[in-house]
Every structure is written in structure tokens, then in C-alpha cells.
Design a protein around this ligand. Structure first.
Ligand code: GLA
Length: 668
């Protein structure tokens, strides 16, 4: 985090504000209601390009002037967006080549948003011109506290397969490999007669008859993430030049199903990391998804971050869009704060009457202020004010989970031993029992500094480069506890199989050697000693120093070790060669955690989420009761519950569906 800090007091509160969609008479009511709700910051101008630049080079900033002046007059800070996520129709009429092309060669049309090719020079030029105008005009505007660069990079145009993108891909490859020879070896192009003799022969991995080359596909994902990152950096540089002290952010989407960007590469380029999070209607325990994404974003940020968007109720883009249940809005928002959010914002302030998102919830719903959502929004504003002092406090985890986008992309490539392995599901399966036990978790890259952790988990690390593998192995050698999930360590950074037996890079650290994989069919399971079962995976593990903790009890591998523990250096390393059923996995992770000497943040009844933020002067214990029963949790002497302001004598009672935030004296 840089000195470009957010100049908004306490926990910032607000949402996307799109006043241009409403007659100006409505704005006065917006200001009155924002004050009532305690809104302190709104994101403006996200989709205003067509209004700001009616034709190329002709600008009209008068409406935005009035919006920013009005916000300032009412003491509301502006997170001013560059409107580059939605170029106007005239731009595409003049530059049809800037429209993106999909894998099948179809050129998309304009008429929605983010329909541009990330490598288009015309788009880059038009976007940077607009950003330059905006930066020059508003760099010193007193309402502007942050730049909101673009919106959700890659949400709709993560990959473009056009000829211009092909050229940019080749330039990226030349930079990475320097010579065609190096590329051919890295991609293994002797296979299927794919050897390239000229850079111009290389294309994006467009639709083709059989399976494309895996390294080609992996480099394409890397390139596509970098192409968007370079657009972000270009905009940020223009903004930074005009307003060196104003922080820049762009809203990440660290959530289910979005995997286009390698956010480890992105995060260091942001002054403040922000994230959008939406519940999946089909997930019965979305509080765990909130916690996981919050822990991941905090880890990316290396400290506090901002929740830039979530919803007060239903969204409009799932097959069926579920409203939130009583108390869920508050539990969700506090769940993000518990994981390090120093700002809570929604999409959006006022529910739209028209347009593609007219059925999306907002802070001010269609029903107006006589509504449950509005009452909850006002209550949340008061809650966040009561948590002012929590701002800036950080997490304190002794457990790290390895998360790597390269490993994610690679394990989900076609033609794997099993097409049933989904990176985020695999990670969540291991995260869940830790969440239930109240164990604090950070996420790390494979090559991160691990010296502050006792336990490192790698639930799914199919691809690991040499540096990452050495780092994780050294962690166990030096006394740490390492646990690795099946199908990890299998390939190197170029997606080449690590020979000599599985799990390749971790064979020695884990003290096992597998000669053949036996993935399980959907619905199939295998028995485990101790009474549990395993799904998804089995393999013929042979012990090479490790001891068996559990073995398969049926199927072709009956009697073969399925879970192992090895003493490696002065530490220990565990291998899970199947996906145990949830209860068995919870039991194993409990054992592994104890082996590592890791304690939960606090003991709490089942279903009560526990998280801790540590401040300079005090600790903040978050207790969120996701059950229908009141729960009692022990707290330190001298504690105060901040949402009610009441002293807590020895324990707090968290009512069913409610939350408590307890300030405790800092324990070191
Ligand atoms: C995304 C976008 C918003 C809006 C919401 C709706 O997060 O950034 O503009 O479309 O989705 O959920």
C-alpha cells in the first residue's frame, strides 16, 4: 500500500451512483437520503462515456461538473471512474475493428458494454484521450478522493481472438521466449507436427478440430491477463501524472467462475485493492464464499481493502435471483469487514427503472424508503459508523493456503486425467472446515515468504514452477507443516510433466511415489480406513519414507495408502491422494492443524463465524451468527461490543442471525 491513502474517515460507505440515469430533480432527494443512510463515498461516471463525448473529440462535462459539485456540497466523497468500460456507439461505427472476436471467429456487436478488443490501438487511444480530459479537469476537484479505473476488467471481454490480438500475442511471446526455438521447446511443438518456423504462423488458440497445445493455451491466458493489465497501467499513469496524491483502484472480481486475471500480477499495480462480490443463489452457505473471497482479497492487498460492489438483495444475472433473508444484508457486509474491508459499497445507489439491470436490487429499491432494504441500509450505515476505529486493522493468520492462477488455468485445461477438477471447488473444500473451526487463513503465492506461517496448505497445485516448489519444500524442511492435495506438483511452468513418478515436484518432501493415477467417475467413491470415503481421485501411492494415515478399503487400490504423513527436515508434510468426504476432510485438517500447533481464533458454537482484525491498540473480534439459535462466546476481560457500545463482561451473546464486533485489549 502506498502513501496514496483514501481520504474518507472510518469505514467508507456507499455504492455506484448513476445520477445521469435520472432527471436532476431526483438528485436532491438522493443527497437527502444519502445523508440519512450515512453514505460517505460513491462511485460515479462508470458508464458515462457516451454522454461526456457525444462525438469524437467533442466533450461535454457540464453534467459531471454539477454532480461532483453537488456531492462535495453535501460532504460526500467521489470515487471518480474513468468511463472506459463502455465506449459509445460512434466509436465502434468509426472503428469496427475494435470490436472483439470470439474463439469461433464471430465478431461481436456493440449495444451492451465492454465490447472492445483489449489489444485494439484505436480503443487504447480513445480511452487514454478520454482519461486525459477527465484527469486534467478533475485532478484538483475537492470531491474526488480516488480514481476508479475502468470497471471489472475482463468481465465480458477477457479474451479477443482477432488478428490484432494475434499480433499482440506474438509480441508478448517474443518478449517471453526471445527465440522461436525456445518457444517450440517450451510448447513441446514436436507433438502433432506443431513446430513453428515463423512468428507469423502463431495464432490465438482459436476453435480447431482437436485439442490445442496446452502450453499454447496457458500462454494465451497469461497474455490475455497482461493485455488488460497494460490498459489499466496506461490509464493509471495518465491519472497519476495529473493527480500524484490521489489513489487509483480498479474493482477485482475474486469470485466464483471468474478466473481471467492473474490478480497476483495486478494487485501491486493498484494503490488500493478493491473487490466486487455477489452471492450465488445456488450456494446454501454463501457466507463461506464471502469469507474466502475476503481472505483472498486481503492477501492480495497485503492489508485492508475496499468492497466496491455487492448487492442489497437479488441480482439479475443468475437463472433465478434470490432475495436476501432477514438480517443477511448486515451479516454479509460485516462478513466483508471481518476479512479486512475498510469500505462497504453496493451496486447501486438507486434501483434502475430502465436498462439491462432494471431488475437488480439497490440501496434505494423501486419500492422507495418504506421497504426492508432501505431500513437495513440505514441500519448498516449506523453499524459502520460504530466501527470507525476498526479501519486499518489487519488479519493475523498462521495458516496459508496456496492460490495460483497459473495452476488454476492449467488444471482446468482439456485432456486432463479428470475433467472433474475445479480449482476453486478444491480450494473451498479445504477452506470450509477451517472456516467452521474459526481458524484464520491467508492466501499466498507459491513463492511467497512463508516465514510467518506454521501451516501451509496446497489443496490444488497441479502446475508449480521450480521456485515455488523449492519454496514450499524448504518451508517443511525448516520446521513448517505442509499439506498437499492430489494432482499437485505434476507439471512445471511450461506445463511439462515432471518425470519419475507423481506427485512430481513434491515427491521427495511428501515421501511418496505414485506410478499410476486412478481418477474416479462422477458419483463413484472409494472407502477409506477409519470409515470415511473419497471422491474424485485415487492413485497408486507407494510409501518412500512417509507413513500411511489412511488407506483405500475397496476398489482396485484396496490397501494402498490414501493419506500419508512424512517427517521432512524438521517439519512434516501430508499428502491427500483423494478428496475425502467433508467430515473426514474436516477431521484430517483438524489433525494437521494440531500437528502444526495452530489454534482457532476463538471457540464458538457451530455456525458462528469468527474472525479477528488486529489494530495498533486493540484486537477486534467479529462474531457472525449464521444460525437460528442465540450463541454465547467468551471474550477477554475489559472487552466492549462496538455495535451496541456496551461493555461485555466475560462473554457476549450473539442473537440468532445477528453479529457482534468486540474490541478486546491487544494480546501479543
Ligand atoms: C458488476 C458490474 C456492475 C453491475 C453489477 C450487477 O459487478 O460492475 O456494473 O453490472 O455487476 O451485479
Amino acid at each position: 500500500m502506498t502513501a496514496r491513502a483514501l481520504k474518507v474517515p472510518g469505514i467508507a460507505y456507499g455504492g455506484d451512483y448513476n445520477p445521469e440515469q435520472w432527471p436532476e430533480e431526483v438528485w436532491a432527494e438522493d443527497m437527502r437520503l444519502m445523508a440519512e443512510a450515512g453514505v460517505t463515498m460513491v462511485s460515479v461516471n462508470i458508464f458515462s462515456w457516451a454522454l461526456l463525448e457525444p462525438s469524437e473529440g467533442a466533450y461535454d462535462f457540464s453534467r459531471l461538473d454539477r454532480i461532483l459539485d453537488m456531492l462535495h456540497a453535501h460532504g460526500i466523497a467521489a470515487d471518480l471512474a474513468t468511463p472506459t468500460a463502455a465506449p459509445p456507439a460512434w466509436f465502434f461505427v468509426e472503428h469496427p475493428d475494435a470490436l472483439p472476436v470470439d474463439k469461433d471467429g464471430r465478431r461481436l456487436s456493440y449495444g451492451s458494454r465492454q465490447t472492445f478488443c483489449p489489444s485494439s490501438p484505436a480503443y487504447r487511444e480513445a480511452a487514454l484521450r478520454m482519461v486525459g480530459e477527465l484527469a486534467g479537469r478533475y485532478a484538483d476537484h475537492p470531491a474526488v478522493v480516488m480514481w476508479h479505473v475502468h470497471n471489472e476488467y475482463g468481465c465480458h471481454n477477457a479474451e479477443c481472438y482477432c488478428d490484432v490480438s494475434a499480433e499482440a500475442f506474438r509480441a508478448w511471446l517474443q518478449d517471453r521466449y526471445a527465440s522461436l526455438d525456445a518457444l517450440n521447446h517450451a510448447w513441446g511443438t514436436t507433438f502433432w507436427s506443431q513446430w513453428y518456423y515463423d512468428w507469423d504462423q502463431i495464432l490465438p488458440p482459436r476453435a480447431t478440430g482437436a485439442v490445442p497445445n496446452p502450453t499454447h493455451q496457458l500462454d494465451w491466458r497469461r497474455f490475455s491477463s497482461d493485455a488488460l493489465l497494460s490498459l489499466y497501467e496506461a490509464e493509471r499513469d495518465v491519472l497519476r501524472e495529473a493527480a500524484p496524491a490521489t489513489p487509483a483502484t480498479t474493482n477485482f472480481m475474486v469470485m466464483y467462475n471468474f478466473d481471467a486475471l492473474d490478480y497476483w500480477r495486478w494487485a501491486p499495480q493498484l494503490d488500493i485493492v478493491s473487490n466486487d462480490h455477489y452471492l450465488q443463489s445456488a450456494d446454501p452457505e454463501s457466507q463461506i464464499d464471502i469469507a474466502l473471497s475476503g481472505d483472498l482479497v486481503r492477501s492480495l492487498a497485503g492489508g485492508p481493502w475496499l468492497l466496491m460492489e455487492h448487492s442489497t438483495g437479488a441480482v439479475n444475472w443468475q437463472p433465478v435471483n434470490r432475495a436476501k433473508t432477514a438480517g443477511e444484508l448486515r451479516r454479509n457486509a460485516l462478513g466483508h469487514v471481518a476479512r479486512g474491508a475498510d469500505g462497504i459499497a453496493y451496486f447501486q445507489w438507486r434501483a434502475a427503472k430502465a436498462g439491462a439491470e432494471q431488475w437488480h436490487s439497490a440501496m434505494l429499491p423501486h419500492a422507495g424508503t418504506d421497504s426492508q432494504i432501505w431500513r437495513d441500509v440505514v441500519q448498516l450505515g449506523a453499524d459502520l459508523r460504530a466501527l470507525d476505529e476498526v479501519r486499518g486493522s489487519v488479519g493475523a493468520a498462521e495458516v496459508a493456503i496456496v492460490w495460483d492462477w497459473n495452476a488454476r488455468w492449467a488444471v482446468e485445461l482439456p485432456s486432463q486425467p479428470s475433467g472433474e477438477l475445479h480449482f476453486q471447488d478444491l480450494v473451498r473444500a479445504w477452506y470450509e472446515p477451517l472456516w467452521r473451526a474459526g481458524v484464520a487463513v491467508d492466501f499466498v503465492r507459491p513463492d511467497a515468504d512463508l516465514s510467518s506461517y506454521r501451516l501451509v496448505l496446497a489443496p490444488s497445485l497441479y502446475l508449480v514452477d521450480d521456485e515455488g516448489a523449492a519454496n514450499l519444500t524448504a518451508f517443511a524442511e525448516r520446521g513448517g507443516t505442509l499439506a498437499v492435495g492430489f494432482h499437485s506438483g505434476m507439471v512445471d511452468a511450461n506445463c511439462h510433466v515432471r518425470l519419475g513418478g507423481y506427485p512430481g515436484a513434491f515427491r521427495e518432501a511428501l515421501g511418496v511415489r505414485t506410478d499410476e493415477l486412478f481418477p474416479l467417475l462422477p458419483g463413484e467413491s472409494v472407502g477409506l480406513t477409519g470409515g470415511g470415503t473419497g471422491v474424485l481421485w485415487s492413485e497408486r501411492v507407494r510409501l518412500a519414507g512417509a507413513e500411511a494415515v489412511a488407506s483405500y478399503t475397496d476398489g482396485p487400490l484396496s490397501g494402498v495408502p490414501a493419506v500419508t504423513r512424512n517427517s521432512h527436515g524438521s517439519g512434516s508434510s501430508w499428502y491427500l491422494a483423494t478428496q475425502p468426504d467433508p467430515a473426514t476432510l474436516a477431521g484430517l485438517l483438524d489433525l494437521i492443524r494440531r500437528d502444526a500447533g495452530v489454534e482457532p481464533v476463538r471457540k464458538a458454537p457451530e455456525g458462528v463465524e469468527v474472525a479477528l482484525r488486529r489494530g495498533a491498540e486493540a484486537d477486534y473480534l467479529f462474531l457472525i451468527n449464521h444460525t437460528g439459535r442465540d450463541a454465547e462466546v467468551a471474550v477477554a476481560p475489559g472487552a466492549v461490543e462496538l455495535l451496541t457500545g456496551k461493555p461485555a463482561a466475560g462473554s457476549v451473546t450473539v442473537a440468532a442471525g445477528e453479529a457482534a464486533v468486540v474490541r478486546e485489549p491487544r494480546r501479543d
